[in-house]
Write a protein that binds this ligand. Structure first.
Ligand code: ATP
Length: 512
């Protein structure tokens, strides 16, 4: 298959493209929008739903050891006290002396001095500001302060300290308090996981890079509970041999962002992680490269340095994607130990211990938490598949068929009733078979192909006169492949079966 020439967009081009196609736009644009809030349009929501469905299929439906849930966004405030978010879920904020402009301190230092700042504390930031006499548009800064990122609201009509509530800043804390109940109703045995997809809210000091850092976003999170004294039976040889580009904590400590190629097995040997952590890191990395279609060279695994670790973490690895603005976190994977269950047990005064039948041991299980942001996944997959095809003169979104908003476009060659009637029937038959399709009869067929390419439609069907006239091609239509623009003829009655096989990857276009 001819490889499409890849010319990657800048973040500005990418943003314009997403808005133009109605994938994503500012929330309440007619009122000037609101920084950090976005709406997904008709095609954007389809892509987002497909990404979530793929995740759910892979990590819930196809696994006997993982169960789904959908927790409430607002919950008892004690959850957030127990989890540590009320006290510690904060970023450092710089405020200018006169205009009181607020900047996220680590981002400001990183952008101005071009040095890695992950995990820097207030004291270090203050001393860098003094040492380099840093200012913002000529203004000096006040002392750096902590800013809690949780949105606060009130439940019920009476405002008092008990009515305070928070919009959840992560979906994880909807899972931990349910751990016992879900284990019981699902008759789960260790190790097992609970997965949830849902909204999270963070009052980011400076939202930026389009939907990458927004104030309302979605997370796909898994809490995988295990007994740290038991052997992990999950890790396969293939997973151990998974090759990765790796940025170690040691290199970052030396202010270096040099990566090395290594394997999951080597990380294990170096005791950087335990086997459950290794299993999930390999599982997600391979899912991204093998099933979703990210190029190996566009992903890296970054180890968190000690000072950067979240309050709950015993070790964290990010899977970073190479966005137009550089490598940044798409998925975070922390070993949370039994910090959360311990905290919730202590604060709720309810026993959360679990009996591990295999080891005949009662314990508070430990947990590995893969956490993937839907918006960051969305941005990465669109960036990965965006091709400005100069020969064709249009953008081609080379989306995997299962992620594409429409699988098929159906066109009559020209807008004549004898053709539109057949095309309409084909379109209706396809959607009846649950194949998402669109019907388009306006403009030249070339224009319609270009429009289909731009929204990532893998296949287009065109009904021409050969289809309705006597002859060898009677009852057949053309099917065009997005990536090669190659066309083949197929019998109308075979269309849905062939398309389903093409989407599932059981059949290749060139073998038709
Ligand atoms: P960052 O360091 O970029 O602020 P984080 O380490 O705070 O991210 P986590 O707490 O690990 O992020 O959240 C898990 C995942 O949720 C991230 O990997 C990311 O995909 C997503 N996420 C977190 N914050 C945002 C945000 N403001 N906008 C969009 N997605 C986000």
């Amino acid at each position: 298959m001819k490889e499409l020439e890849s010319k990657k967009p800048t973040i500005e081009e990418f943003t314009v493209f997403c808005k133009k196609k109605g994938f994503v736009f500012q929330a309440a644009q007619i009122y000037g929008g609101l920084a950090g809030f976005f709406d997904f349009g008709p095609l954007g929501v389809e892509i987002k739903n497909n990404l979530k469905a793929e995740f759910w299929k892979k990590f819930v439906l196809k696994r006997e050891d993982i169960f789904g849930q959908d927790g409430s966004i607002i919950t008892n405030q004690s959850v957030w006290k127990a989890s540590g978010h009320v006290d510690t879920f904060a970023d450092l904020v710089l405020t200018t002396k006169e205009t009181k402009t607020k900047l996220r301190a680590d981002h400001f230092i990183e952008d101005t001095l071009n040095i890695p700042v992950d995990g820097m504390n207030a004291e270090e930031i203050n001393s860098l500001i003094k040492k380099h006499n840093l200012k913002w548009k000529g203004e000096e800064f006040e002392e750096v302060k902590n800013f809690n990122l949780m949105f606060v609201t009130q439940v019920g009509a009476d405002a008092n300290k008990n009515s305070i509530a928070y919009l959840r800043p992560e979906t994880a804390q909807s899972i931990f308090p349910n751990f016992k109940q879900i284990a019981e109703v699902s008759r789960a045995k260790l190790p097992f996981g609970i997965v949830q997809i849902g909204k999270a809210f963070r009052n980011e000091i400076s939202p930026r890079d389009f939907v990458f850092r927004s104030r309302e976003f979605e997370q796909m999170e898994m809490e995988y509970f295990f007994n740290p004294n038991s052997k992990c039976e999950l890790l396969t040889e293939k997973q151990k041999k998974t090759k990765i580009m790796f940025l170690s904590a040691e290199n970052q400590d030396k202010d270096s962002s040099e990566m090395i190629e290594t394997t999951i097995e080597k990380l294990l040997k170096d005791k950087k992680l335990n086997e459950y952590h290794a299993f999930w890191l390999a599982e997600f990395f391979n899912w991204f490269t093998e099933d979703i279609g990210f190029k190996y060279e566009n992903l890296r695994i970054r180890e968190h340095i000690k000072t950067e670790l979240s309050h709950y973490s015993k070790g964290t690895f990010d899977i970073d994607y190479k966005y137009p603005f550089g490598y940044k976190e798409m998925l975070g994977m922390a070993n949370r130990g039994n910090y959360d269950l311990n905290q919730h047990q202590e604060h709720s005064k309810q026993k959360l211990e679990f009996f591990d039948e295999a080891n005949k041991e009662k314990l508070l299980p430990h947990v590995i938490e893969p956490s993937l942001g839907v918006e960051r996944f969305f941005m990465a997959i669109l960036n990965e598949t965006y091709i400005n095809d100069e020969k064709r003169g249009n953008i081609v979104l080379n989306l995997p068929p299962k992620i594409a908003p429409y699988k098929v476009g159906v066109f009559p060659l020209v807008n004549k009733e004898e053709l539109t009637k057949v095309a309409r029937e084909i379109y209706e038959d396809l959607i009846e078979e649950d194949i998402s399709a669109f019907y388009d009869r306006s403009g030249s067929v070339g224009r319609r192909y270009a429009r289909a390419d731009e929204i990532g439609t893998p296949y287009c069907i065109t009904v021409d006169f050969e289809c309705i006239e006597e002859g060898k091609d009677n009852g057949t239509v053309t099917i065009r492949d997005r990536n090669t623009t190659e066309q083949k003829r197929l019998k109308v009655e075979s269309l849905s079966g062939v398309i389903i096989s093409l989407i599932k990857g059981n059949l290749k276009f060139e073998d038709l």
